[in-house]
Design a protein around this ligand. Structure first.
Ligand code: BG6
Length: 297
């Protein structure tokens, strides 16, 4: 850990959080509540992630915004609470993580977090695991998340995983997503029925809640009004979730403002359709890199 660029402090509710700073002025803030990236700012100090003004910021409620980690379940596809328990737990700073393969630690600032099976969680999900999350801020302000899950059980287990990423956008009706063309998707608004994407790019004029299957390793979000583009690059996370609740659903979500849907779009790198299975002792790694550039549109 490069201590000069990493500050461990407490948030407004006394919860430990870690602030990462790049030499050029970008920053990220990671809360131990949920192991969740709560803020990601560019060199001009502009916030790139959405957080609802109505979000409950105190545990055990999940924070409505940033990048919650969905593990070991996505949505209600299982018997656990919605999106699994990881986003509601207190994580620890991992002082001594096992070595990573091919990570350039010279040009980056990072923090390692750890979540392990508690006695209470073993009652609802009887599998011993370690979930490690490395949050990396590069010199040029790119944000990368490397997640590793290891099976410490004597029998296999399976899980789903998602980086539930709330991107801040200027106006959802001026946004388009590229990289999902021709893919099959499961539509959560139609009982997870399978459809094939027909359009050139995805644009938004009503509620969307889809899991795109086996997407390419790069997906882009063009924000026309802000003239900027987010690029999501990923490995080990085949699916992409796209979610915007639009007006009616927004009014039904207690920790979300009625009009806030206009300023957010969730695009999550995920492994959902085919859960990941680990044999005893095995480890899985998923990576996602988020970058933002000025766009020519
Ligand atoms: O309200 P939650 O539990 O944070 O979930 C928000 C949304 O998260 C999305 O990822 C799901 O696809 C939606 O179905 C869900 O409504």
């Amino acid at each position: 850990m490069e201590h000069s660029a990493v500050e461990i402090t407490k948030d407004e509710n006394g919860i430990p959080q870690v602030i990462l700073r790049s030499p050029r002025g970008a920053s990220a803030r990671v809360s131990l509540h949920g192991g969740q990236v709560r803020s990601w700012k560019n060199e001009r100090n502009e916030e790139l992630l959405f957080t609802s003004n109505k979000s409950k910021l105190k545990p055990p409620a999940a924070v409505r915004g940033g990048i919650p980690t969905c593990f070991p379940q996505f949505g209600n596809r299982g018997t656990l609470e919605q999106h699994g328990f990881a986003r509601n737990r207190m994580w620890a700073v991992d002082e001594n993580p096992p070595p990573f393969q091919s990570v350039d630690s010279n040009s980056t600032t990072f923090i390692d977090l750890l979540l392990t099976s508690s006695d209470d969680d073993l009652k609802i999900w009887p599998h011993s695991y370690e979930l490690r999350l490395r949050v990396i801020l590069s010199v040029d302000g790119h944000l990368s998340l490397i997640s590793r899950v290891r099976n410490f059980n004597c029998k296999p287990f399976s899980f789903a995983f998602a980086h539930h990423t709330y991107f801040a956008v200027s106006d959802i009706s001026e946004v388009r997503v590229e990289g999902l063309e021709t893919l099959d998707y499961l539509d959560n608004l139609c009982n997870r029925e399978r459809f094939t994407e027909q359009g050139d790019a995805l644009t938004f004029e009503s509620e969307v809640d889809r899991v795109y299957l086996s997407s390419s390793d790069a997906v882009a979000i063009f924000d026309h009004e802000k003239k900027r583009t987010f690029v999501i690059r990923k490995e080990g996370l085949p699916d992409i979730v796209v979610w915007n609740p639009w007006d009616k659903k927004s009014r039904a979500i207690v920790d979300f403002g009625d009009d806030e849907y206009k300023h957010m779009l969730c695009v999550d790198a995920a492994a959902i359709e085919k859960p990941i299975t680990l044999k005893p002792g095995e480890e899985w790694t998923g990576r996602v890199e988020l970058s933002v550039t000025a766009s020519i549109q």
